[in-house]
Design a protein around this ligand. Structure first.
Ligand SMILES: O=C(O)[C@H](O)CO
Length: 294
């Protein structure tokens, strides 16, 4: 594509990347690579385009990229369906206790039919709260609506009437989101403002029958506070596709809890979506090098 090489990579360490990036004109990265001043300095002045195969961009130092005039591409939209679908799957898995149930069935815990055994919480007549309403939050709500959800509420830095009207969602404060939601799903980007925004303050205002779902970024949750909320019964359950760190060490206390379902960051992991993300990331890179809109 140009007389200098570029790196299309996925499985090298940050230190390998630092070595190999020198002199490239363009770079495709994924969300596990930290694109900061050190890496940009290592790349040097040839670097014109950075294309991340992700919708999240918390791994990019945008300020440093801007300072150097490097164009940045990302992959919104193409993963919305996949992430929304997985979020619904995780929500139902958590609220209907599917992991516990399959474990019981396999391990001999399945005795006679019992009235309250493995009971969970249903979506019908529930209030679903969305923390950070964007494309993905709307797509989640659209999928949940047929489950007879009574009401959608959301909070964000400001009301988003155009998006909210698509799902008939009401704008509420953070406190109201916490206290009214039967299911609270986190859909916001990780920024300095949203870091640890889901903490003991939020959990303490939630109902003890509520389910907390996060498919955005682990950094928006204070995991110690979440552990406390789950183990004390402050909230009923949590489903996480994202954690800090990733992978979450298998010795982490959250793994000891029956009411916490943890997935290894697979929200966009469908063949069609990952293909679309790859193609978009590659196109962004090519267009960027040609000076065209990305
Ligand atoms: O940021 C993204 O693209 C997602 O987290 C990938 O699943």
């Amino acid at each position: 594509i140009c007389n200098r090489s570029f790196i299309l990579k996925s499985y090298i360490t940050q230190s390998e990347l630092l070595q190999k990036v020198k002199g490239v004109d363009a770079l495709v990265c994924v969300l596990t690579e930290k694109i900061d001043a050190e890496l940009l300095d290592a790349a040097g002045p040839n670097l014109k385009v950075l294309s991340t195969m992700s919708v999240g961009f918390d791994h990019l130092s945008l300020e440093e990229l801007k300072k150097r005039g490097i164009r940045v591409g990302y992959t919104p939209d193409v993963l919305t369906d996949s992430v929304a679908e997985l979020t619904v799957a995780l929500l139902l898995t958590t609220s209907r206790r599917l992991i516990e149930a399959t474990h019981e069935a396999k391990s001999g815990g399945w005795g006679t039919w019992r009235t309250l055994w493995l009971c969970g919480y249903e979506l019908a007549n529930s209030t679903v709260g969305i923390l950070g309403l964007g494309r993905i939050g709307v797509a989640i709500a659209e999928r949940l609506k047929p489950f007879k959800v009574k009401k959608f509420i959301y909070t964000d830095v400001a009301p988003r009437p155009e998006l909210a009207s698509l799902i008939d969602a009401e704008y509420v404060s953070m406190d109201e989101l916490a206290s009214q939601s039967d299911f609270l799903t986190v859909c916001c980007a990780l920024t300095p403002e949203t870091k640890d925004i889901c903490n003991k303050d939020l959990f303490s205002k939630m109902k003890n029958t509520s389910i907390f779902i996060n498919t955005s970024r682990g950094g928006v949750v204070d995991q110690e506070d979440l552990y406390e909320a789950l183990s004390s019964g402050q909230i009923a359950g949590a489903g996480l596709d994202v954690t800090v760190p990733e992978p979450l060490p298998t010795s982490h206390p959250l793994f000891t809890l029956n009411n916490c379902v943890i997935l290894p960051h697979i929200a966009s992991a469908s063949y069609s979506t990952r293909n679309a993300m790859s193609a978009l990331a590659a196109n962004n890179l090519l267009l960027g090098l040609k000076g065209q809109p990305i």
